[in-house]
Design a protein around this ligand. Structure first.
Ligand code: PLP
Length: 375
């Protein structure tokens, strides 16, 4: 039997909520969108939420709302999902990478200042794997240089740093709602902000550039159709109402992994950094010995052969073929990101993973490591 990398957690409540919308004529632009946005803004503790059809479109609209475009630079991390960086490039701006901290795996605040130029408009940090470590320091630097922070919270719904929730660090922040996330709407994303003007711009941009109170065929600006339907929002409302339960279930799965792998010296097992309340997104272990990294892909293959889905989160963004072609990046440009990327093994991780399944994953991984004597 396969043990999956990730699975959504859909109960009868979600099914009923979606079916109820399907019995109405309001499949889109109806009341569930506002209801979802209001519940989301309340949960995060921000004034406004704008629901969109993906985390990527949310980030892109935020870059546009910040009036960042050609000639501007945005500082970000190379250790992320590609969409973070694409959102900058889609707006015609240039991503400027800063290497990561080897412990938190987030952008290294100590290395940011050296990359700030007179073209820098914003910093786009990511709470990688749900972890908000270092975000206070990133905001401090942004404040010192009068830069905006756009927070990529796509992986961190429910996390906090020193009691401050993720999604409240940036002037704008974005959550992702793809089915592997803490909660899902099928596809979707949510922009959060306290700034009414920017929220209004994002609402207009997601809806073909229409204005508040304007007609269906009146367009104030170049816009997009990035709307999230009422069907998706109905699913999201129920999922969000279960966030505490979901967070607790994921914490339990993470704890089982931590316990079962605690004596495993060949692995670096993730733990909650000081001051962080992590809402676990994925569970990514790393090979402890850098020279063992050469075996990583074989280990992934061996796990998959034994019906356990695993992944190599994340491959360095700056070394993706189109980035190399466009900017001329080469191996060695961001060495911490590159060495971390070579050593990661994302293990199966989702709400309803059982203790027995976690035990099978850990036992199989240990056996595969044993088969390779020099790790
Ligand atoms: C860090 C990060 N940023 C952005 C995204 C993009 O979100 P989506 O897949 O909803 O477009 C993701 C989603 O996987 C992500 O993990």
């Amino acid at each position: 039997m396969q043990i999956y990398l990730s699975r959504p957690d859909i109960t009868q409540k979600e099914i009923d909520a979606v079916c109820a919308v399907l019995r109405t004529p309001d499949l889109s632009l109806g009341p569930k969108v506002r209801e979802f946005e209001q519940a989301f803004a309340k949960y995060i503790g921000r004034k406004r939420a704008v629901a969109v059809n993906s985390g990527t479109s949310g980030l892109f609209l935020c870059v546009l709302a910040l009036e960042i475009g050609p000639g501007d630079e945005v500082i970000t991390t190379p250790f992320t999902f590609i969409a973070t960086v694409n959102s900058i490039m889609m707006a015609g701006a240039t991503p400027v990478f800063v290497d990561i901290d080897p412990t938190t795996l987030n952008i290294n605040p100590a290395k940011i200042e050296a990359k700030i130029t007179d073209k820098t408009k914003a910093i786009l940090p990511v709470e990688i794997f749900g972890n908000p470590a270092g975000f206070d320091k990133v905001c401090e630097i942004a404040g010192k240089y009068n830069l905006k922070v756009l927070e990529d919270s796509c992986e961190s719904l429910g996390s906090a740093l020193n009691g401050k929730k993720t999604g409240t660090f940036g002037i704008l922040s974005v959550f992702g709602l793809y089915p592997n996330k803490q909660i899902t709407t099928g596809e979707g994303g949510v922009i959060l902000t306290d700034d009414d003007r920017m929220a209004d711009v994002c609402e207009s941009l997601r809806n073909q550039g229409r204005g508040k109170g304007g007609g269906w065929l009146e367009h104030e600006r170049l816009g997009y159709n990035y709307r999230l339907s009422d069907i998706n929002c109905a699913l999201g409302i129920v999922q969000l109402s279960r966030i505490d339960e979901i967070k607790a279930k994921r914490r339990q799965v993470a704890k089982w992994y931590q316990e079962m792998l605690s004596s495993e010296k060949r692995l670096i097992v993730p733990a909650e950094p000081p001051g962080c309340d992590v809402s676990w997104f994925v569970f990514v272990v790393r090979l402890a010995d850098p020279s063992a990294a050469q075996h990583r892909d074989k280990i992934l293959e061996a796990m998959k052969k034994r019906d356990i889905q695993v992944s190599n989160y994340f491959s360095p963004v700056h070394l993706q073929p189109f980035m190399v072609e466009r900017f001329g990046y080469k191996p060695g440009d961001f060495p911490v990101c590159e060495s971390v990327s070579k050593s990661t093994i994302a293990l199966p991780f989702y709400n309803n993973l059982t203790k027995d399944q976690v035990a099978i994953v850990c036992k199989t991984l240990k056996e595969i490591l044993d088969e390779r004597k020099n790790i």
